[in-house]
Design a protein around this ligand. Structure first.
Ligand SMILES: [Zn+2]
Length: 521
């Protein structure tokens, strides 16, 4: 945003402090809205932050007569947001009613161009980083602060739906649009990031956090080109990826709104999910060796049947996962018997194991239990099992302070909410490497996702975006004076000094997060 400040020396400093009041006086940058116009809106906290020098300088600009609208009264435009969702659904639309907008496809490119237009409308300064992520930036009053980042993704799975990623992406742009048309300047810079290729393995968010390996870049995609070619296709520079990588501490906080993709909120009739963390996921390939033999001439007691062992193994995994309290899940999702004939006792089986939980030690303990059960099965069936771990993504707990701010935002809006884990992976899990994260869930009708039948009701989309708006305001610390809270909920001015999150995520066990909202810290 262009500054009106022309004075030097102490007046320049005062002017910088008064930027918020000044922008509130600027000619409207967007069409006038019904209700209080920009000239009436100033965050209460910003009025309070002006010091004496600023006061004398800004007196002519002060909004003495206008009733200040507290930040708590701000709302996003739900009709506009839901309209944008319908427009985005046109890019890659398929006959089943969903979209096939896989990363790097023509539909993805068209959807990205649409989103960039929306970002310009929202007065964001738009850039594409070297990894191909779309970054829209809105300046804050204090340029020394790290940005609050919000966003999600607009790529889909093949034959996906219209809500996964899209709700969070367009809601983030809508939050920026609302701040712009209400002439609200936050203390922190605000960044809206649309991460590229989330569905192909959080590629865009990995690129700016952990960085991409040569293997990642060589990976084939659903668009039948490699990630490297895809990044080039969407305007990134695969040879300059290092420029896109950010360091821990480069982000004040990351908040992502997303559809639940499960059926908990819908079944319980709850408006908002405050996400405790994104589960860790570990995969194993499991091979079972027995002896193939004639199905007619080999007596039952002499068999070493690998598929019988596999059947007992599948049941054992289910018993282990359900045998303790908690929300861990374990799945055997692949199974193939060899040689695979009516009249041959299966000599070997290729199968799998997946375990998910918010707590990595719980995953390890469950795996240990499965191995103990398997030893018994080996003895009973005369077979042998081998496990080879093929993938491990660590759990990403959300930050207690961000959760509290999300919970307070939902309370302010009169919405019901509950805490819950995310069983699906998200860009937020990568962003957890850079700073504190939080996630807001809205209901998925029937718990259906990654399907054309995916649906989140417009009212829930609007609710989620309003919670995102007020979570941003809460993290910024701008609501302190506008809403009665016992203590400021905002982030410390210097996260390196005041923030607990530098110890993140090791010191804060996922299980300590579970509990009533205000007892979680
Ligand atoms: Zn998603």
């Amino acid at each position: 945003m262009r500054s009106r400040c022309v004075a030097g020396g102490i007046l320049a400093a005062a002017c910088a402090l008064a930027t918020t009041a000044a922008v509130a006086q600027q000619p409207a940058q967007t069409p006038p809205l019904p209700g209080p116009g920009p000239e009436h809106v100033v965050l209460m906290a910003d009025v309070g932050r002006r010091d004496a020098a600023a006061e004398s300088f800004t007196a002519p600009l002060a909004i003495a007569a206008a009733p200040a609208v507290p930040a708590s009264d701000l709302r996003i435009d739900g009709d506009r947001l839901n309209g944008h969702l319908l427009e985005l659904a046109e890019f890659g639309k398929n006959p089943q009613g969903g979209v096939s907008r896989v990363a790097y496809s023509d539909a993805d490119l068209a959807g990205r161009a649409f989103v960039i237009r929306l970002m310009h409308d929202a007065k964001l300064e738009v850039a594409i980083d070297a990894a191909g992520n779309i970054v829209g930036r809105r300046a804050g009053a204090d340029a020394s602060l790290k940005p609050i980042v919000i966003g999600s993704h607009i790529d889909s799975v093949p034959e996906g739906g219209n809500y996964d990623g899209q709700v969070g992406s367009l809601a983030a742009i809508e939050v920026a649009h609302t701040l712009a048309e209400r002439a609200v300047t936050l203390r922190h810079p605000l960044e809206v990031v649309i991460f590229q290729n989330e569905e192909g393995g959080t590629i865009g968010s990995m690129a700016i956090t952990a960085g991409l390996t040569d293997d990642d870049l060589a990976r084939a995609t659903n668009s039948r080109i490699t990630v490297r070619e895809g990044i080039r296709r969407i305007g990134g520079s695969p040879d300059r990826l290092a420029e896109a990588v950010r360091k821990p501490g480069d982000v004040a906080a990351y908040v992502e709104l997303h559809i639940e993709q499960g059926g908990l909120l819908d079944a319980e009739g709850i408006d908002i999910g405050v996400v405790e963390g994104i589960v860790g996921i570990r995969w194993w390939d499991v091979a079972i060796g027995g002896v193939a033999n004639h199905a007619g001439t080999t007596p039952m007691e002499q068999r070493r049947d690998a598929l019988l062992a596999a059947a007992r193994y599948v049941d054992a995994v289910h018993r282990v996962a359900t045998g303790r309290s908690g929300r861990q899940v374990a799945t055997v999702g692949k199974i193939q018997a060899f040689p695979g004939a009516y009249n041959v006792i299966p000599g070997s089986v290729a199968t799998s194991l997946e375990i998910r939980d918010l707590d990595a030690p719980v995953i390890g303990a469950l795996y240990g239990q499965v191995r103990r059960e398997v030893e018994k099965i080996e003895q009973e069936t005369g077979t042998s099992f081998t496990f080879r771990q093929t993938s491990d993504s660590a759990p990403a707990p959300t930050d207690a302070r961000v959760r509290r701010v999300i919970d307070e935002a939902a309370a302010l809006l009169g919405l019901t909410r509950r805490t819950m884990p995310s069983g699906a992976g998200h860009d937020a899990q990568e962003m957890a490497r850079l700073g504190p994260i939080g996630m807001i869930f809205v209901p998925s009708v029937g718990g259906i996702s990654h399907s054309p039948r995916e649906l989140t009701k417009p009212a829930d989309v609007t609710n989620g975006a309003n919670v995102l708006l007020h979570a941003v305001i809460g993290l910024d610390g701008s609501r302190q004076a506008g809403v009665a809270t016992a203590e400021p909920a905002g982030l410390p001015a210097d996260p390196k000094v005041g923030g607990r999150w530098l110890a993140f995520p090791g010191t804060e066990g996922a299980h300590s997060m579970i509990g009533p909202p205000h007892e979680r810290d």
